[in-house]
Design a protein. Structure first.
Length: 279
C-alpha cells in the first residue's frame, strides 16, 4: 500500500478545498496518508521539519504554488523521495497536475506517470570564517541594499572577472523560468545538467548570462562594498554576507524527483503559462 505525505500551503486561497479533494481521491484508492499542515506558517513562510512519519512515506504531494512545490521537493529530495505538485497557486511551472486534472491522481498509485530528475544547486558559503552549505532547486541570489550597486570578483574556469551590478543569480534549469528569466536569462529545459549565471542590472553594455556545465564551478569573492549584501536561497530569509566572504556554486550531490501526470511536455506548459500571464 502506497504511503503518501500530503503537504499543503493553506495560505493559498484554493489550497484547503484542493487538499480535501486530494485526500478523498487517495482514500478511495486505499492509500495511507500523512497530512502535514505545519511546514508553512500562517504567513506562508517555509519551515523545514524532518520527522519519522515523513521518512516512511513513499511519495510527497505538495499543494500550492511554485514556492510550495519547490520547498516540498527539496525536503523530499533530502530523503530520496519523489514529489507530485498540485497547482493551487498562480503559475505552477513545477506542478505535475492541475486542480481540474485530479481525476488523473489514481495513475500515481498504478505507476502510470513520468518521473523527471532535476539538477539541484549546492551553495557553499564561507562567512566570517564559518562554513555553511545550502541546497537550491530554483536559484541563489546575491544582492545589496535597495538602490546600491555591488562589486564582486567571479572565477569561472581559469579566468577571474570583476563585476559591478545590483547583484547576480545562479539558477538551475528548473529556476531558469523564475527570477533569472525576469533578469534577462535564457529558458533552459529542466532535464538538462547545467547551471546559469545571470547578473542583475549589470553596469556594463556587454554583460550577459553564462551557462556552465556540471564539471565547472563558480567562485565569488566579496570585496569591500557600500551597504550590506545578502544571500537568499530559493527565496528564503536572506542571510547577510560580509567583505572577505566567499561563495562556491556547483551542482549538488542530490537531485529532485518530480512526478508528472498527463502528457504535456515542458514547452506545452511554458507556452500555456506565458499566455496565462498575459491575460
Amino acid at each position: 500500500m502506497l504511503k503518501v505525505a500530503v503537504v499543503p500551503n493553506l495560505t493559498k486561497e484554493a489550497a484547503q478545498a484542493c487538499t480535501n479533494e486530494v485526500l478523498d481521491v487517495l482514500a478511495g484508492c486505499g492509500c495511507e496518508t500523512v497530512l502535514k499542515t505545519d511546514l508553512f506558517t500562517s504567513h506562508g513562510t517555509y519551515q523545514e521539519k524532518v520527522e519519522d512519519t515523513l521518512l516512511s512515506c513513499d511519495v510527497f504531494i505538495a499543494i500550492g504554488g511554485d514556492g510550495t512545490i519547490i520547498h516540498t521537493a527539496k525536503l523530499a529530495a533530502s530523503m530520496g523521495k519523489p514529489t507530485l505538485g498540485v497547482n493551487a497557486g498562480k503559475l505552477g511551472f513545477t506542478a505535475g497536475v492541475e486542480r481540474h486534472e485530479l481525476a488523473l491522481l489514481p495513475n500515481l498509485i498504478h505507476g502510470d506517470y513520468q518521473e523527471e530528475r532535476r539538477l539541484m544547486l549546492s551553495v557553499e558559503l564561507s562567512c566570517q570564517g564559518h562554513p555553511y552549505q545550502f541546497f537550491a532547486l530554483n536559484d541563489a541570489v546575491v544582492s545589496g541594499e535597495p538602490a546600491k550597486i555591488m562589486d564582486y570578483n567571479m572565477v569561472l574556469g581559469r579566468r577571474s572577472y570583476r563585476y559591478r551590478a545590483d547583484g547576480f543569480i545562479v539558477a538551475t534549469p528548473t529556476g531558469s523560468t523564475a527570477y533569472s528569466l525576469s533578469a534577462g536569462g535564457p529558458v533552459i529545459e529542466p532535464n538538462m545538467d547545467c547551471l546559469v549565471y545571470t547578473p542583475i542590472c549589470p553596469h556594463s553594455l556587454f554583460n550577459r548570462s553564462v551557462i556552465f556545465g556540471t564539471e565547472s564551478q563558480l567562485l565569488v569573492d566579496i570585496p569591500e562594498n557600500i551597504g550590506k549584501l545578502y544571500l537568499s536561497v530559493d527565496g528564503e530569509t536572506p542571510l547577510e554576507i560580509f567583505p572577505g566572504d566567499s561563495l562556491r556554486f556547483s551542482p549538488a550531490d542530490r537531485v529532485a524527483r518530480f512526478i508528472r501526470l498527463g502528457s504535456q511536455d515542458f514547452y506545452d506548459i511554458l507556452n500555456q503559462k506565458i499566455i496565462e500571464t498575459r491575460q
